[in-house]
Write a protein that binds this ligand. Structure first.
Ligand code: SF4
Length: 476
């Protein structure tokens, strides 16, 4: 039996008369075209949003923005690949009306307009709100580490540099001793010729000098680490794995798992980022009150308090941390605070009410204890390795107690958190080549992440509403 055959290449064909006929009515490029045409690019912060009166005409920023939105939606992020798509891809030929910007023009556009991409992301969030795609009741806030253009071998912490300097000094001493032995004619034949040793010594000295200069630079700047390829990238450890990169934060609405707010930081930890991320998302959703759930990496009293003050009801599980937990002693949760008595009841049934206040950088902590009871306690070995057990309480810890009660009444909310944030992060990491940025520098990676988050939201919205419905919403 024969195979299905294509037509002969030289055969004359009756192809559709215009590029328009190659792009279906529900093709996402039609939405990108309508969406960008509806944006006020000057207000969004794009340069050259009005054509120059004199000189050679440049590309319309709207056309280059359309190209980037299309590219990120289709996992084409590099300027060279976008240049190629503008020549061979019928959807892009339709979108750009046959324009063929070169890769440098494309790359320069992203670099020059990096701050404006967040406005584009937010314009799409506003459209999703108009389409009633947000539940506006529950936000899941989370962060993920995305790789920078900076390998681990080109990232140096103070500890790493100090360790290297110590080992370099030891090596130099050993090489110099060997060199002396050779000079005295006591070479045992293992250390090799003097020239080879001299080369090794020169190499170690050169690297040592560079390392010492970096350490001096770190000490002078007060920074904890230095990255050579992307100076803004930081080594971050999550689940025991080190990534040199950035921390991308998102607030995701639980209804359709759409991202409401996103930002990128080079802070290695999520601590202190909940109120900021959820606060912007709440404002964008235009609600008076909203719930926000996050993992225990966000458990910070002042931040939880800031959420409550801003109309955000936080749900963050208490982490099991502290010396008592690591020593296998009773965790703090086994001690019950009585607000009326301002005292703790311990697992041994004793009242801890001896108070001692301490203030560290404005953070007031009250320490509760009962040394006499501990001295006579039968279960002391399970409670403390010291003379008596102390329980520390932040002066506003009632905020955390209230949150613990809310969590106890709604334990399922932690599972909702997981499934809400897993979807965007899973998709984004897959599209971003295992979660790696292409550009260098905090501002540029922020632009990249805005485009990525836009593409994620657009895909979700298309699945829910469809392209024609979204175009109608833009034009309404
Ligand atoms: S050691 Fe002290 S605090 Fe701990 S259970 Fe015994 S009495 Fe209570």
């Amino acid at each position: 039996m024969a195979y299905i055959e294509g037509h002969a290449r030289e055969q004359a064909l009756l192809l559709p008369a215009s590029v328009e006929d190659y792009v279906a009515a529900d093709n996402p490029v039609r939405f990108i075209d309508a969406f960008v045409d509806d944006l006020d690019l000057g207000e969004a912060g794009f340069l050259r949003s009005r054509p120059k009166a004199t000189g050679r005409p440049g590309f319309d920023p709207g056309d280059l923005l359309k190209l980037y939105l299309y590219g990120y939606l289709n996992r084409v992020r590099s300027s060279r690949r976008l240049e190629a798509e503008a020549i061979r891809n019928l959807e892009v030929i339709w979108l750009l009306r046959g324009l063929r910007p070169d890769f440098k023009t494309i790359a320069d556009f992203r670099r020059d307009n990096r701050a404006a991409f967040r406005t584009v992301f937010r314009a799409f969030v506003a459209l999703c709100r108009k389409l009633d795609l947000f539940g506006r009741e529950l936000l899941a806030v989370d962060g993920t580490r995305l790789k920078a253009v900076n390998s681990q071998t080109r990232n140096f912490t103070r500890a790493k540099l100090e360790t290297y300097l110590k080992s370099a000094d030891e090596r130099l001493e050993r090489y110099l001793t060997q060199l002396d032995d050779i000079d005295r004619g006591e070479d045992d034949g293992v250390s090799g010729p003097a020239e080879a040793l001299a080369t090794k010594i020169a190499k170690v000295r050169e690297r040592r000098e560079v390392s010492e200069a970096m350490l001096d630079q770190l000490k002078a700047s007060g920074e904890s680490q230095i990255s050579l390829t992307d100076p803004d990238a930081r080594a971050m450890v999550t689940h025991g794995k080190t990534t040199v990169g950035y921390n991308a934060q998102v607030a995701v609405d639980a209804k359709h798992k759409l991202i409401v707010e996103q930002h990128v930081t080079n802070a290695g930890s999520d601590l202190g980022l909940l109120a900021q991320t959820a606060g912007v998302a709440k404002a964008l959703l235009g609600v008076e009150r909203i719930d926000a759930v996050a993992d225990m990496g966000y458990y910070k009293g002042e931040d939880i308090e800031a959420c409550e003050e801003n109309g955000i009801t936080p749900y963050v599980a208490r982490p099991q941390r502290g010396i008592a937990v690591s020593n296998g002693h009773f965790p703090k949760e086994r001690f019950h605070y009585d607000a009326g008595e301002d005292a703790y009841r311990c697992p041994g049934g004793q009242r801890l009410d001896t108070r001692y206040n301490s203030v560290v950088r404005g953070h007031v902590t009250v320490q509760y204890s009962n040394p006499n009871a501990c001295a006579a306690c039968a279960i002391k070995a399970r409670c403390t390795g010291g003379r008596y057990r102390r329980i520390n309480r932040w002066e506003n810890e009632a905020v955390l107690d209230r949150m613990a009660e809310r969590l106890a009444a709604r334990p399922d909310i932690l599972a909702v958190r997981r499934e809400t944030v897993e979807h965007p992060f899973g998709s984004i990491k897959q599209w971003m080549n295992q979660g790696a940025f292409l550009t260098r520098g905090l501002e540029k990676v922020r632009a990249e992440f805005s485009l990525t988050a836009f593409a994620y939201n657009l895909r979700r919205a298309i699945t829910i509403i469809g392209v024609p419905g979204m175009i109608r919403a833009v034009q309404a």
